[in-house]
Design a protein around this ligand. Structure first.
Ligand code: ATP
Ligand code: MG
Length: 758
């Protein structure tokens, strides 16, 4: 089953013989050593922007150009698909078509490729499906149900996270030590993990963690398969090694035990995925694991100006748990790192957008600018500002704010309130959070809506007065419709923001994420808070919805010159001329959650994140903090991040905004800019007079029903047939509702369009 590697009939060419090749000349001494040390393990341990990725790419090209290996004998692992694509393009640029056939990709992609070839050996069929998070949660729910565990107390998402952590550590159920038992479901997590894996196998499916875990199992249980791959991969190259987790580390170690020509590059100061199971210890242990390893240090930074590099180095020096390294760079000092205080988030967005426009006027490209935020929810204010000014932007590694799952759900709730006929919105949230309105009930609703050409909410409204839908679902549906009515009434008096908060809380939507405990739940909750905050700028729900549709409609040019917006985590490995780092306030950055969950280690990881942020910049860094931030739905006076104090003063220029951004009345403590600021005026122009649509008119309903009866479909005393209840005779007619005595099912209320004369 396993394929044998391509024959190795290449005539080895001594490294160095081609030293004259141009790609080698584009390297400094140390980089060249790292590229040319082709035999045996090599670790390039070096700070940001020193050319680690460049070394890896050149090494790859060098192996190919010197004919030391065929593309199919080289395994190159990167951290993201984007990085993999870029690496491929750059290698191709150096060696042309001979880059085809490389095993170049993320750990997951490569493992999936290997697993497809040997699926049977781990109990899968080659066509196995790879599950996404939603599927995983659904599966975990089934497992919990089968085990009679209360999902309210022990949510499926939390189980998925526990399982994921074990998988990150390379632990199959049989290998989880008793001491690692989680408190989940009173210690039953391990048993559930086993059942979860069983279910996956029955479904012929694997989740993301399985891709690695199964590959590990494959290799450990089948030495001949492992030996095959060890022979095949003559060269192994790994970027961002500091962020590999234990499973990935074990996997690499198994493969490298063959020839041992493994080259890893990384920077302990840029390890930012500890919260997801990455172990910076892997990089520190390299020498022990790979005997005779050659450690290459690169000290010259080619990316940033001296001020930027010095600011970043000064900051990271505050971390204790690090190897420490010297970095230097040549060239003009350039701008100092600019740190600016602003009044609030809106002003921050204004300031950044203004500077972007100013740079653009000077001839700078938008592509060369990035905004790196700590939390996903921070992107909203920038996005709205950009849309307003027509500055094209892209959100990398994530969705634009209003495209995010939880935001769409929240918007759907408001849409149903404003527009009861909005079927799409109704469908989206009728059973979110789950309220026991299952497929069968929904189908009944669809059927009636279709049959009568009415909206789903209207159909639902009729059905809850009958016995068409099973009692439990009917109860939930009826409560939901009552909620809609109540919220609609509230909409007349409450502010949109207060209304939205109430709706999200009372519908159980916020609670669904709060109980979620999954890794992404906190971020989603933050986004929901940001959503409620965004509504403060609007007078009616209708105005807000109008705004959302405008924003969603915004030209989504995929290519072209666009400002890059992303989280600091997604910025890893990238570089830009200008980098904006907003929101440097205590609580936001360092983020409270990191400190609460991991204490000092958490703080150090946050600091590494700050280091990653600053070192993305070639020429300009703009750090900002707001005096007032809407955190957890209320205005708080924010304190500048401790990281700002830690920046070496010689390389920083402080700037405060009062005077620069006027138009703000005095004395509005802790509140947003309520006056008609530039932004407010512009938003005012965007507002329409749209009001929430009225609930479906009762008269129209009566008229409709009368029309139907007039058509003489059925009447009292008629014998009829109903799909679910069978034959019966009509006892009473109330508009479109019929009371029927069924021969088998007894007396039921049903909808007239669901019966046929019999
Ligand atoms: P990070 O830690 O952020 O991932 P890195 O160490 O991988 O950074 P690279 O991205 O490889 O660094 O290089 C940083 C920049 O410096 C790139 O623009 C690269 O082209 C340039 N560079 C690297 N080495 C040299 C060199 N010898 N001569 C000129 N430019 C170089
Ligand atoms: Mg790199």
């Amino acid at each position: 089953m396993s394929e044998s590697p391509e024959p190795d009939n290449s005539a080895p060419v001594r490294a160095g013989a081609l030293s004259g090749t141009p790609y080698l000349q584009a390297l400094n001494e140390e980089q060249r050593v790292a590229v040319e040390a082709l035999d045996g393990p090599v670790l390039v341990l070096a700070g940001a922007g020193t050319g680690k990725t460049r070394v890896l790419i050149t090494r790859l090209a060098h192996i190919l150009a010197t004919g030391r290996a065929f593309p199919g004998q080289i395994l190159a692992v990167t951290f993201t698909n984007k990085a993999a694509r870029e690496m491929f393009e750059r290698v191709e640029g150096l060696v042309g078509a001979s880059a085809q056939g490389l095993w170049l990709g993320t750990f997951h992609a490569i493992c999936a490729r290997i697993l497809r070839r040997h699926a049977e050996l781990v109990g899968l069929k080659p066509s196995f499906t790879i599950l996404d998070t939603d599927d995983q949660i659904r599966l975990a729910k089934q497992v919990l149900e089968a085990a009679n565990i209360d999902e309210k107390k022990w949510p499926a998402r939390a189980l998925v996270t526990v399982i994921q952590r074990w998988k990150d550590k390379g632990l199959a159920p049989a290998k989880v030590p008793a001491s690692a038992a989680s408190e989940f479901a009173n210690g039953r997590a391990l048993e559930l993990y086993g059942q979860y894996q069983e279910r996956l196998r029955t479904l012929n499916a694997a989740d993301f963690g399985d891709l690695l875990l199964h590959s590990l199992t494959l290799f450990t249980r089948n030495p001949e398969v492992l030996a095959d791959y060890q022979r095949r991969f003559k060269y192994i190259l790994v970027d961002e090694y500091q962020d590999s987790n234990v499973a990935q580390y074990l996997w690499l170690r198994l493969l490298a035990q063959g020839g041992g020509n493994i080259c890893c590059v990384g920077d302990d100061d840029q390890s930012i995925y500890g919260w997801r199971g990455a172990e910076v210890g892997n990089i520190l242990r390299f020498e022990k694991d790979f005997a005779g390893a050659r450690i290459v240090r690169l000290e010259r930074n080619y990316r940033s100006t001296p001020h930027i590099l010095a600011a970043a180095s000064g900051l990271i020096a505050h971390n204790e748990g690090r190897l420490g390294k010297t970095l230097w760079t040549e060239g003009e000092d350039g701008d100092k790192v600019v740190v600016g205080g602003v009044w609030d988030g809106a002003e921050e967005a204004r300031m950044v957008a203004d500077e972007i426009e100013a740079l653009q006027r000077q001839g700078c490209r938008l592509d060369d600018m990035a905004i790196l935020v700590r939390a996903g929810a921070q992107t909203r204010e920038f996005e709205e500002r950009f849309i307003l000014l027509g500055i094209p932007y892209r959100v990398i590694g994530g969705l634009r704010f209003y495209e995010r799952h939880e935001i769409r759900d929240a918007v759907a709730y408001l849409r149903v309130l404003a527009q009861p006929d909005d079927d799409l919105a109704f469908e989206r949230i009728v059973n979110v959070p789950r309220r026991g309105i299952g497929k069968a009930s929904l189908q009944t609703i669809y059927r009636l809506a279709r049959a009568e050409g009415i909206a789903l909410t209207t159909a639902a409204g009729r059905l809850v007065e009958t016995d068409e839908i099973a009692p439990r679902a009917r109860g939930s549906l009826s409560r939901l419709l009552d909620d809609f009515d109540r919220w609609r009434a509230q909409a007349q008096t409450m502010t949109p923001s207060a209304l939205a908060k109430g709706v999200l809380d009372e519908s159980g939507y916020t609670g669904m994420w709060r109980n979620g405990k999954s890794a992404d739940a906190p971020g989603r909750l933050d986004n929901l808070k940001e959503f409620v905050a965004a509504l403060e700028d609007f007078e009616t729900v209708g105005e807000f919805l109008e705004h959302v549709s405008l924003v969603m409609d915004h030209d989504r040019a995929a290519g072209g010159d666009l400002v890059n917006v992303m989280t600091l985590h997604s910025g890893k490995g990238l570089e830009f001329d200008t980098v904006f780092l907003p929101g440097w306030e205590e609580g936001l950055f360092p983020h409270t959650r990191a400190l609460d969950q991991s204490g000092h280690a958490g703080l150090e990881e946050e600091r590494r994140l700050a280091y990653v942020g600053i070192t993305r910049a070639r020429k300009r860094v703009r750090i900002s903090f707001a005096a007032n931030r809407r955190l957890f739905n209320q205005w708080v006076s924010a304190i500048p991040s401790r990281f700002i104090d830690e920046l070496p003063p010689d390389h920083v220029e402080h700037m405060t905004s009062p005077g620069l951004y006027t138009g703000r009345g005095a004395g509005r403590q802790g509140g947003p800019d309520a006056g008609l600021s530039e932004m407010g005026m512009a938003f005012a122009n965007l507002r329409s007079r749209a009001r929430p649509g009225p609930a479906i008119d009762a008269d129209a309903r009566r008229f409709e029903a009368a029309k139907r009866r007039g058509a003489g479909i059925v009447g009292v005393g008629d014998r009829v047939f109903h799909q679910k209840f069978g034959y019966g005779r009509i006892l009473a007619v109330d508009l479109n509702k019929l009371e029927i005595i069924f021969e088998k099912a007894g007396i039921k209320k049903v909808i007239d369009s669901f019966v046929k004369p019999a």
